[in-house]
Design a protein. Structure first.
Length: 46
C-alpha cells in the first residue's frame, strides 16, 4: 500500500511511519523540517 503521512516528525507520525515501513508499505512523508526526521527512516524507504 502507498501511504502519505503529514507530520511525520511528531510522536504519532513517527509511530505511523515506523509501523507502515515495518509492514512493507511505501511511505511518503510531508514535514516542515526534514532535518528532524529520525535517522531510522532511511530516505530510500520513504
Amino acid at each position: 500500500m502507498r501511504l502519505t503521512v503529514f507530520g511525520a516528525t511528531g510522536g504519532v507520525g513517527q509511530e505511523v511511519v515506523g509501523q507502515a515501513l515495518a509492514a512493507g508499505h511505501e511511505v511518503t512523508v510531508v514535514v516542515r523540517a526534514p532535518a528532524r526526521l529520525p535517522e531510522a527512516f532511511d530516505a530510500r524507504a520513504l
